[in-house]
Design a protein around this ligand. Structure first.
Ligand code: F6P
Length: 356
């Protein structure tokens, strides 16, 4: 599987030989990889680096920022703004789109990112990640907010870095999903997981079940059936995982299958989901589709959602194709009023899941 000679740079040079238009995009991806190495080095220091703990300020989402959220955001901006490939950036940590300073050269690409996803885990030495999405404009004029509001199918590249026992960069330019592992000795990302394919079927689901009383009926139905396991309609047992770090969850799923859900719930009617469309759901959806999986809101393909704002939240269901399609079908049946009665032993308890 592993080709120790295939560094990220060589991989990108190969891509450019197929499509010379990718030259600027490849330079941008090298800058992104450099930012990832910087963040990885800070995270690896843990408590010794003095970076743990709260920055004691809130971001635009109303979440208290960790010091490392702020430092990672700065690392991304500093590393990526000067190369001349970007027209603008959007970060989870910034309310407004970031403008490339007037003295810097501009390009036509738009970089959207969550610099440190799952950051509630940082202080406890659990895997966290960086997620990014790249869009392209027609020209290199300064980016307006409107320029970023494009469906996920328009992404020209997407990826994430996972900071775990090893640091990996998982990337797609629309020709498969490929995983690179950071060789800390040489400072190179090495292609260790080429052409990742998500197993179609799975027995593993990831969802925060503490929210179950707020779920919509199709999600309650799906999870109830998984929990019934071999005694219910699914006829086999399921396993559950929840790390509370989307990157870690998606990474596990693309390598061994599974389904990840942060669905719509009724906790706060102003928030149709927890995760952000532009720099969490869309890039993950592109990576998952490129690996043969599927990503949905439950009621439609993620990559076809028309964005309305840069920090928009969205319900997310992604992973092994057949499982995601099943959840979509449950939404369809529920919306059409054809989902009852359950042919499940839990039917008699349906009100436990649905009517509160
Ligand atoms: O910001 C998003 C995130 O941290 C994801 O990485 C993770 O999947 C989710 O939130 C965890 O949410 P909760 O704390 O509700 O389990």
């Amino acid at each position: 599987m592993r080709n120790s000679n295939m560094t990220l740079s060589k991989y990108l040079i190969n891509e450019i030989s197929v499509d010379p238009e990718l030259t600027d995009l490849s330079s941008l991806l090298i800058d992104v990889a450099t930012a990832v190495i910087t963040i990885s080095a800070m995270l690896a220091k843990g408590a010794l680096g003095g970076y743990l703990g709260s920055a004691e300020v809130e971001n635009v989402q109303g979440e208290v920022q960790k010091k490392l959220d702020v430092i990672s955001n700065d690392a991304f901006i500093e590393q990526c703004q000067w190369g001349g490939q970007l027209a603008g950036m959007v970060s989870e940590e910034l309310e407004l789109a970031y403008q490339i300073p007037a003295e810097q050269e501009r390009g036509r690409y738009l970089l959207l990112f969550d610099p440190l996803d799952g950051s509630s885990n940082i202080d406890f030495n659990v895997s966290v990640g960086t997620i990014f999405s790249i869009l392209a404009k027609e020209d290199n004029s300064a980016a307006t907010t409107q320029d970023f509001l494009r469906q996920g199918i328009n992404q020209v590249a997407a990826g994430y870095a996972i900071y775990g026992p090893s640091t990996m960069l998982v990337l797609t330019l629309g020709r498969g999903t490929h995983g690179f592992t950071l060789d800390r000795d040489s400072g190179n990302f090495i292609l260790t997981h080429p052409s990742i394919t998500i197993p179609e079927e799975t027995s593993e689901y990831s969802i925060n079940t503490s929210n179950s009383r707020f779920w919509e009926p199709p999600i309650a139905r799906y999870i109830a059936e998984c929990k019934e396991g071999s005694t219910g309609v699914r006829n086999h047992d399921f396993n559950m995982r929840w790390i509370a770090s989307m990157v870690a969850e998606v990474h596990r799923i693309i390598l061994r299958g599974g389904i990840f859900m942060y669905p719509r719930d009724t906790r706060d009617p102003s928030k149709p989901g927890r995760l952000r469309l532009m720099y969490e759901a869309n890039p993950m959806a592109m990576l998952v589709e490129q690996a043969g999986g599927w990503a949905s809101t439950g009621r439609g393909r993620m990559l076809e959602v028309e964005p309305t704002s840069i920090h928009q939240r969205i319900p997310v269901i992604l992973g092994s194709k057949r499982e995601v399609e099943r959840v979509e079908r449950y939404h369809e049946e529920y919306d059409a009023g054809t989902d009852t009665p359950y042919d499940s032993p839990l039917f008699g308890e349906r009100s436990l899941y649905l009517d509160k």
